[in-house]
Design a protein around this ligand. Structure first.
Ligand SMILES: *Cc1c(COP(=O)(O)O)cnc(C)c1O
Length: 476
C-alpha cells in the first residue's frame, strides 16, 4: 500500500492553481535567497490528495472508533461538548497579558477549579500551572525542596520510591537533584513497611507513592505509611495521575498526603495521547501551600486576581498560567457532577476492571490475585503458553480490532499486561474484549504460530523493534 503521497505522485498532476494577482513573498525576497530548483513535492490532483489523507486518517486507531484499554492512561470518553466550550472565543482569544479586569471570567473558572480540586482531595491549595503529569511531579518535588530549604533541612537529599511507582517518579526525583532510594514491595504488591522503615532517615526529603500503585492496588497501609514518613521529618508525595480510581471515594489529605498532582487529561476528561496538551495541577496541604508556584488565583472582595504575594513560593513553573483549554475542560467536567455522582465514576471504573479480571481468570490471570482498583495487571508464563509472550498477545489483539493494553509495565510483574477499561465502556464492549482474549487463548493452545506472526491484518505488520530502536531511520 502506498502510505506516502510522494509514492502516488504523477508528473504534471496539479491541484487548484490561482492566478498571481498581487505581490507575493517572492517579490520581496532578495534574489540570492530564492531557490533555483523546484522543491521535490508530490504532484497530485486535489481530489487524490483529499482521498489520500482521509484514508490515512482512517488507518489511525482512535478512541472515538475503538476500545483503548491502555493501562495507567485512563483513555475514557471525553464529552465533545467540552471541546466546544473550551474554544469559545472569549477564552481561546484571551491574551496572556490582558489586564485582570478584562479576563475575570477566565480567572473565575481557574479559581473555581482550584476550589473544586481542593474539595475532592482535601488539600489546602492548588496550582494549575503544570502542563502534564510529569511536570506536576517536578513541580511537586521542587515544592518539597522549597519547604525543606525554608525549614533548615536542605541536608535531606534523598527521595524514596517504591518499585510499584510510575516510571516518571524516580525520573522526577532525579531531575529535581535528589538521590533516588528504591524500595521493594512486599508479596502482596504494596509497600513493604519494614523496607520503608529501613530506608527512612534524616536524609529523606520525601516518599513518592503512586496511588493506586502501578499494579492497580490501593496502598492499604497508607495511613501508617504517612505516619512513618512524617515521623522521619519527610513529606509524603502522592502521584495522583490515576485519581479516576479514587475520585469521590477518598481524599488524599485524610491519609496524610502533603503534596500531590492530578492529571486533568486523564481523570478530568481532556483528550490526550500523542503528547498533546495536558494539565497536571499540584495540590498541597496547608504547611506546604506557601511554597507552591505563583501566581495562584485568589478572590478578594468579589474580584478574581492573580496573587504574586507568595514570598516563599518556588517561583514559576510555566510561562503564563497553564494550559487553559485543558483547565476549562476539567472545570466543565467537574461542574457536571455533584459529590455523590463523582463517586460513581470511581466505582464503575473499579467495577469494570474487576469484571475483566474475573472474566479472564483461568486463562489470563492477574499477577496479584486480589480485587484491584481501576486497572488489572495480568501476567503470562510463556513456558505454559506454547512460548507465546505478552507482546504476541498484544499484537494479536490488534487483529481483533482492539488497541493493545500497556505491556511489560510495571516492571515487577513478569510479562505484564495492564488493562484499564475505564468507567465509560459498556458491558457489551468489555464482553467483546474478553471474548477476543478468550479466542486468542484458544489460538495459543492450537495455533501459537498465529500469535508469533501477528498482527496479520494491519497495514504495518510485525516490526523489528530492536532494529527500529538501534538503527532508527527517521527519513523517507
Ligand atoms: C500518566 C501518568 C504520569 C505522567 O503523566 P503525563 O501527563 O504523561 O506526564 C505519571 N504518573 C502516573 C501514575 C501516570 O499514570
Amino acid at each position: 500500500m502506498e502510505l506516502l503521497s510522494i509514492e502516488k505522485s504523477k508528473p504534471g498532476r496539479r491541484g487548484v492553481r490561482f492566478e498571481k494577482t498581487h505581490k507575493q513573498a517572492v517579490d520581496y525576497l532578495p534574489e540570492n535567497l530564492l531557490r533555483t530548483t523546484a522543491p521535490r513535492l508530490p504532484e497530485m490532483s486535489e481530489f487524490d490528495t483529499v482521498r489520500h489523507f482521509t484514508r490515512l486518517s482512517q488507518l489511525n486507531y482512535s478512541l472515538d472508533g475503538q476500545f483503548y484499554p491502555l493501562g495507567s492512561c485512563t483513555m475514557k470518553y471525553n464529552p465533545k461538548a467540552y471541546d466546544k466550550l473550551s474554544v469559545l472565543e472569549p477564552f481561546a482569544n484571551a491574551h496572556p497579558f490582558a489586564p485582570e479586569n478584562a479576563v475575570q471570567g477566565t480567572l473565575q473558572i481557574m479559581y473555581e477549579l482550584q476550589e473544586m480540586l481542593k474539595e475532592i482531595t482535601g488539600l489546602s491549595a492548588f496550582t494549575l500551572q503544570p502542563a502534564a503529569g510529569a511536570h506536576g511531579e517536578l513541580t511537586g518535588i521542587l515544592t518539597v525542596r522549597a519547604y525543606h530549604d525554608a525549614h533548615g533541612s536542605s541536608s535531606r537529599t534523598e527521595v524514596i520510591v517504591p518499585d510499584t511507582a510510575h516510571g516518571t517518579n524516580p525520573a522526577t526525583a532525579n531531575m529535581a537533584g535528589y538521590a533516588v532510594v528504591n524500595i521493594k514491595s512486599s508479596a502482596d504488591g504494596c509497600v513493604d513497611k519494614k523496607a520503608l522503615q529501613a530506608a527512612l532517615s534524616d536524609k529523606t526529603a520525601a516518599v513518592m507513592l503512586t496511588v493506586p500503585n502501578t499494579v492497580g492496588l490501593f496502598e492499604k497501609d497508607i495511613r501508617e505509611i504517612s505516619d512513618m514518613v512524617h515521623k522521619a521529618g519527610a513529606l509524603l508525595y502522592m502521584d495522583g495521575a490515576n485519581f479516576n480510581a479514587l475520585i469521590g471515594l477518598a481524599k488524599p489529605a485524610d491519609f496524610g498526603v502533603d503534596v500531590m498532582h492530578l492529571n486533568l487529561h486523564k481523570t478530568f476528561a481532556a483528550p490526550h495521547g500523542g503528547g498533546g496538551p495536558g494539565s497536571g495541577p499540584v495540590g498541597a496541604a496547608e504547611h506546604v501551600a506557601p511554597f507552591l508556584p505563583k501566581p495562584i488565583v485568589e478572590k478578594k472582595d468579589g474580584v478574581y486576581t492573580l496573587t504574586g504575594e507568595m514570598p516563599q513560593s518556588l517561583g514559576k513553573m510555566k510561562a503564563f498560567y497553564g494550559n487553559i483549554a485543558v483547565v476549562l475542560r476539567g472545570y466543565c467536567y467537574l461542574r457536571q457532577f455533584d459529590a455523590d455522582t463523582l463517586k460513581d465514576i470511581a466505582e464503575k471504573a473499579i467495577l469494570n476492571a474487576n469484571y475483566v479480571r474475573a472474566k479472564l481468570k483461568g486463562k489470563f490471570d492477574a499477577f496479584f490475585d486480589v480485587n484491584c482498583m481501576h486497572e488489572c495487571v495480568l501476567s503470562i508464563d510463556p513456558s505454559t503458553m506454547n512460548g507465546v509472550h505478552t507482546a504476541d498477545v498484544a499484537k494479536r489483539l490488534l487483529d481483533y480490532g482492539f488497541y493493545a493494553p500497556t505491556i511489560y509495565f510495571p516492571l515487577i510483574v513478569p510479562e505484564a499486561m495492564m488493562i484499564e477499561p475505564t468507567e465509560t465502556e459498556s458491558k457489551d464492549m468489555l464482553d467483546a474484549f474478553v471474548e477476543a482474549l478468550e479466542e486468542i487463548y484458544n489460538e495459543i493452545q492450537i495455533t501459537p504460530q498465529l500469535l508469533h506472526e501477528a498482527p496479520r491484518t494491519r497495514v504495518v505488520g510485525r516490526i523489528d523493534e530492536v532494529s527500529a530502536a538501534r538503527q532508527p531511520n527517521l527519513r523517507w
